[in-house]
Design a binder for this molecule. Structure first.
Ligand code: PNS
Length: 164
């Protein structure tokens, strides 16, 4: 059985992420979306529990996709799924540089590990969780950026951030 791990900080999950997850679910038998910490993004807007809950809500339509989380190293996490492949989305050349470095670090920890990249759909090349957070912070409409089911939760959270 082929297994893909789609890791990310998903703060919050966007339509761009979901597009990659959906396309990955057509290629692999099973997909595990793994929510993790990104040390370079130390102040997340959402807690791990909130991120997991949102990701579960928006991926429940895909029967071979499940959501998990880890506060450890990705290369260690993947060891529980022998033969699994990491799948990440690439939006632009700037993503490539970072992802290439991550891939090499992961391979140092776990030499067996393979990473594959799916190029982002054109309509989502501009989209990132940080764009969503910023739009939400200013009260802008998130239609077309995040799944409808989680729009209200993101706007509500942004309201509290504004009040801080
Ligand atoms: O969505 P992101 O922020 O680009 O995802 C990055 C993420 C969470 C996949 C990456 O930071 C990660 O793998 N975090 C887990 C800890 C780890 O293994 N770091 C890489 C070695 S320094």
């Amino acid at each position: 059985m082929s297994i893909a791990i789609c890791p990310g900080s998903f703060d919050p999950i966007t339509l761009g992420h979901l597009n990659i997850v959906r396309r990955t679910s057509r290629i692999f038998d099973e997909v595990v979306v793994c929510i993790m910490h990104n040390a370079m993004k130390p102040n997340p807007m959402f807690t791990m529990e909130e991120k997991v809950e949102m990701a579960r809500l928006v991926t429940r339509r895909y029967p071979n996709v499940r959501v998990d989380w880890s506060d450890g190293l990705l290369a260690e996490y993947v060891k529980q799924y022998p033969g699994a492949v990491i799948v990440k989305g690439l939006r632009a050349a700037s993503d490539f540089e970072y992802e290439f470095q991550m891939n090499l670090i992961n391979k140092k920890v776990n030499p067996e590990l393979e990473t594959m990249f799916l190029t982002s759909s054109e309509k989502y090349t501009f989209l990132s969780s940080s764009v969503v957070r910023e739009m939400a912070f200013y009260g802008a409409d998130l239609t077309g950026l995040v799944p409808e089911e989680i729009k209200d939760e993101i706007m509500e959270k942004a309201k509290h951030w504004r009040a801080k």
